[in-house]
Design a protein around this ligand. Structure first.
Ligand code: DHE
Length: 504
């Protein structure tokens, strides 16, 4: 059976007209009540057709690494570091088992999403020739922030000197991962969990192009030369290279090993000095280096075999090494030049490495990362890969940030009863020097600094939330701007210069 669902985006003008998108319905062969249970408890986040939305796609091909008993545990107790709640108090064991069987039942047909479908989804709401080459507002263009507001799927462009919103605009449904800047910050690219890549012209405050690169997408990266955008997908199992000018698709790279086993892509990042993209695969123990600088063989893939799957990874500042972890706890250091694992790390707390930051501590470079399964920050010597310190926090954290000009690193306590706390760590002593609770009872999360590091911006992660500006030296609140569940915020200068205090 083919059902039609209404695309959930809300965008301005003619372009905003809701588009209809064909998807296949799920559930053939599964018990009727399991289908009903799915509709009631799962469909909102995982998509009525199990193709993924806020939550990942629930299809056998995407659940390869999760055995059925483990899937039942996830439904019963929830999943750390995700929005997946526990259903153990709402559903019986039998109902949970029925749901597990349901999501492991193959769909009669998985929708195809190849080059043809990607091309057909392409939109250009504004033509470049109609747009000005200068900003239509006055501000320090390097000190702008894009703030993603998940509460009502909007983004706010914020003046980082005055701390005033310049423009608020709708985004696609459920953006995930950091938006990435291109061409000196004139353009910003967004990825939504349901596959849409959008290009927004900050000078003109208008979208210029969009394309649906996948059905269930992880994140995107923009090449350092500004020519290419690449999207990493969970479904289909591939990476999609787009022309950064108009987002026309250039190449679909299937994610599979030599034997043809396919894989979800955990994430993709730009390694600027190497003129390449680095991608980790989730179901195959391989890291890929995708060369975009080689004009003769563009987007050729170099496979680096690693010892375990990489769910999350961090690249050092000169992009010679990556540090990766799998959800099962093992950590490994991989040298990108030799393509070899050069060290292993014991990282039992499930570090959130894509949120790791570095600084100099007592003459050596250290990497600090929050942990998703335990209340601590791990500080690691980047020469020896030994642990320098485990800083105890009030609970597991998600995001950690600092700035070259600040002596402090900020880390949230995203999970648990102390989710409203934000720790400030002195980078010189590795001690927590202050714990802020800006909105008691509400999650406080995700810091990003201004261009000069003088102010730190914090999110109150709630529908009735706010963006709070702190003086980064005195740690006093300077301003509170109401926002709808602001998640991440991204400073143009810090991102383009790849500050060691923020994600890249
Ligand atoms: Fe994220 C970034 C993976 C759940 C909000 N998240 C990232 C990145 C990865 C990642 C690999 C880096 C990509 C980038 O920025 O280009 N996230 C995962 C997961 O595997 C995980 C645990 C499970 C999942 O559901 O996919 C997960 N993430 C979440 C959430 O539940 C969060 C809190 C809410 C949401 O939006 O779904 C969340 N993730 C974010 C944010 C960033 C992010 C705001 C960008 C941070 C930054 O400052 O760069």
């Amino acid at each position: 059976m083919v059902t039609k669902i209404i695309d959930r985006c809300r965008l301005p003008g003619v372009w905003a007209a809701v588009s209809l998108f064909s998807l296949w319905s799920a559930g053939a062969g599964a018990a009727v009540d399991a289908g009903e249970l799915y509709k009631k408890h799962c469909a909102e986040c995982h998509n009525p057709d199990r193709l993924g939305a806020m939550g990942p796609a629930l299809l056998p091909q995407n659940l390869k690494r999760l055995r059925k008993p483990a899937a039942a545990r996830v439904i019963t107790t929830g999943r750390p570091a995700t929005q997946m709640p526990a259903f153990g108090d709402k559903l019986t064991g039998e109902q949970i088992q029925a749901l597990v069987d349901f999501v492991y039942t193959p769909l009669p047909e998985v929708p195809r999403w190849g080059m043809k479908e990607i091309r057909a989804s392409h939109l250009t709401p504004n033509r470049p020739e109609d747009l000005a080459d200068e900003p239509v507002f006055k501000a320090d263009m390097e000190n702008l922030f894009i703030v993603v507001e998940l509460g009502d799927h909007h983004a706010t462009l914020l003046d980082g000197d005055k701390f005033e919103p310049i423009y608020r605009f709708p985004t696609r449904f459920a953006l995930h991962g950091g938006p990435k800047y291109g061409r000196n910050g004139r353009y910003v690219y967004f990825a939504s969990r349901d596959g849409w890549i959008s290009k927004f012209d900050i000078y003109n405050l208008k979208y210029v192009a969009e394309v649906r690169a996948g059905i269930n997408t992880r994140n995107l990266a923009v090449s350092a030369d500004g020519r290419y955008v690449i999207a990493a997908n969970y479904l289909p199992h591939n990476l999609v290279v787009l022309d950064a000018d108009d987002l026309q698709p250039l190449k679909v790279i299937p994610a599979a090993d030599d034997a043809g086993h396919s894989s979800r892509v955990s994430a993709v990042y730009t390694a600027a000095p190497r003129q390449s993209f680095i991608a980790a695969l989730k179901d195959i123990p391989e890291v890929w280096e995708i060369d975009y600088g080689n004009r003769e063989r563009p987007f050729s893939v170099r496979r680096i075999r690693v010892k375990d799957y990489l769910d999350d990874f961090f690249m050092n500042q000169d992009y010679t090494r990556i540090v990766g972890t799998s959800r099962s706890g093992g950590g490994q250091v991989v040298d990108l030049d030799s393509g070899k694992a050069v060290d292993s790390l014991a990282l039992p707390g499930m570090p959130h490495l894509s949120s790791g930051i570095t600084w100099d501590y007592k003459g050596r470079r250290v990497l600090a990362t929050p942990n998703i399964k335990e209340g601590s920050v791990t500080v690691i010597d980047m020469q020896t890969w030994d642990m320098v310190k485990r800083i105890e926090t009030l609970g597991p954290g998600f995001f950690m940030r600092s700035h070259e000009n600040s002596p402090y690193a900020w880390v949230d306590v995203f999970f648990g009863p102390n989710k409203d706390a934000m720790h400030v760590i002195d980078k010189r002593t590795l001690e927590i020097v202050k714990t802020l609770r800006p909105a008691p009872g509400k999650t406080s999360a995700h810091i990003e600094f201004t261009k000069d590091g003088s102010h730190a911006l914090l999110s109150i992660w709630d529908d009735d939330g706010a963006l709070i500006v702190y003086d980064a030296k005195t740690l006093e609140e300077v301003k509170r701007i109401p926002m709808r569940k602001p998640s991440g915020k991204y400073n143009v200068h810090n991102k383009l210069t790849r500050s060691s205090g923020t994600s890249h």
